[in-house]
Design a protein around this ligand. Structure first.
Ligand code: EPU
Length: 449
């Protein structure tokens, strides 16, 4: 085990030192061409975790080649599952035998999505232990919903260690988790997914009330249903699961398109493309963003699986500024809050960006201010943006993957050169981003240590 952890550490430190050099367009509409959207990180990671619910192997296709997928593969391998990366974007995962149920400290501490393994592990093996999960530094990110919910399902919880070094051990006394009614105080995406998976192997009926509605949840449910699970209401606020035992794969899971990546490319296009086609996306999942951009005056052609932006010679200055308030799906996604703030810095007028989901997700705006943006913090959840501002290239540190991509967008529209450090944070969620951006005209280079 120690060898694997050390190896992972070495990779983390090596990649952390990569940086991107970006030459800004200085306000020109320089980008043109087609950019393809990858499979959704937050869908693929959950289906990888769901492999533990199956008695046979599952195959996942259109999986993004990103660091978080590698970490989830490491985590599953560490548990004793067989993870085969059979070709680019395709994985075969099997957890046929009894596996270890202690989640690796090193990996879980770095990846919030490790929490979704709790449902499948407790459901199938009756025990799990894990450190307080990490991930992007965007707020407190408690796990109380998980602890309370699993207690209701019959788990006994032991917590050891101090404030920042807590380890949780959960086990069930009976043979199986028991179905329960779980009310989520706020609609949590990973809690909904975790209890949905736990419910599949529990005895009786599990009802999740005030469930999250994100499309990745319905996508996961559809795959589980196709494999024999009894789940009703996924994608609505009440999800009902009748426990029906381990599942049998009936065909591969094809990862749905990443709506956050698609949305970020649309924002980039609105800001600085002459003509950009964003392919392989699902516009139905992007209604909140498309509504805001259209209200701001961006011209979009929306097709079934692609979106085209044609800007002619006009600058973003002509766009109308609009207040943005993040909200659970189908509201405006918190994961697009940083990119849309970059957009707002280029429009004329004043707008408030209100981050309602996470309390630490506006810290990156300081760096935009350093680039020349006119942004005033109002409180932990709100900033006032005044536009348009001329952004100038800077040295930037990517604080999390979504703000990291927002910095790339800011650097592309800025005057002069920018260096973005902590590229590992961007690689966690975006596949070969520099190659795809270069293909549409961005001057971007990755430099190793
Ligand atoms: N919450 C609690 N207690 C809990 C769980 C959640 O109070 O036990 C609160 C959170 O603090 C937050 C709210 O519930 O205020 C909603 O958070 P949620 O649990 O939905 O977030 P998450 O499931 O941890 C997922 C995505 C995030 C995305 C959010 C919101 C994954 C792996 N992560 O996180 O994605 O921002 O939903 O849509 O699915 C990213 O991909 O960069 C990312 C951060």
């Amino acid at each position: 085990m120690a060898i694997r952890s050390n190896r992972s550490d070495a990779i983390f430190h090596y990649r952390m030192k990569d940086k991107f050099l970006i030459r800004g367009l200085g306000g020109k509409k320089g980008l043109t061409g087609t950019i393809k959207v990858s499979g959704a990180k937050n869908a693929a990671l959950k289906v990888m975790a769901a492999s533990i619910l199956f008695k046979d192997d599952i195959t996942l296709e259109n999986v993004p080649e990103i660091e978080d997928v590698k970490r989830m593969s490491d985590l599953l391998t560490h548990l004793g599952c067989s993870v085969k990366h059979i070709r680019p974007h395709t994985y075969n995962i099997g957890c046929r035998k009894k596996i270890n149920t202690d989640l690796s400290n090193e990996i879980s501490k770095r990846m919030r999505s490790s929490i979704v393994l709790l449902g499948p592990l407790l459901g199938r093996f009756g025990t799990v232990s894990f450190p307080h999960p990490g991930g992007c530094v965007i707020g407190e990110r408690p796990i109380d919903f998980f602890i309370e919910g699993f207690k209701k399902m019959g788990a006994v919880v032991h917590i050891t260690g101090g404030a920042r070094k807590k380890t949780y051990s959960l086990s069930i006394s009976g043979k199986k988790l028991r179905g329960a009614t779980i009310f989520l105080r706020t609609p949590s995406v990973t809690a909904t997914e975790t209890f949905m998976m736990a419910g599949v192997l529990a005895h009786g009926v599990t009802t999740i009330q005030n469930a999250a509605l994100e499309p990745e949840i319905k996508d996961l449910a559809d795959f589980l249903i196709r494999s024999g699970a009894h789940i009703k209401g996924a994608g609505t606020s009440t999800v009902i699961i009748s426990g029906n035992g381990t599942l049998t794969a009936r065909g591969p899971y094809i990862t749905m398109p990443d709506r956050i990546e698609a949305g970020s490319f649309i924002i980039l296009g609105a800001l600085c493309a002459k003509h950009l086609e964003i392919k392989n996306c699902n516009p139905e999942h992007l209604s909140a963003l498309l509504h805001i951009l259209e209200s701001a005056g961006v011209t979009l052609t929306i097709r079934k699986t692609s979106i085209i932006i044609s800007n002619g010679h006009h600058g973003a200055k002509k766009f109308k500024i609009i207040n943005v308030k993040t909200h659970e799906y189908p509201g405006f996604p918190t994961d697009l809050q940083a990119p849309i703030t970059v957009f707002l810095t280029q429009t004329k007028g004043e707008a408030i960006v209100f981050e309602t989901i996470f309390e630490g997700r506006l810290g990156y705006t300081e760096s935009l201010e350093a680039m020349g943006a006119n942004i005033t913090p109002m409180d932990a959840h709100r900033v006032l943006v005044k536009g348009p501002a001329i952004l100038r290239g800077r040295k930037l540190e990517s604080p999390d993957l979504r703000a990291g991509l927002a910095f790339i967008i800011a650097a592309i529209i800025a005057r002069g050169d920018s260096t973005i450090h902590n590229v590992y944070n961007i690689d966690r969620g975006y596949e070969h981003i520099e190659d795809r951006l270069r293909a549409i005209g961005v001057s971007i280079t990755r430099v190793g240590n």
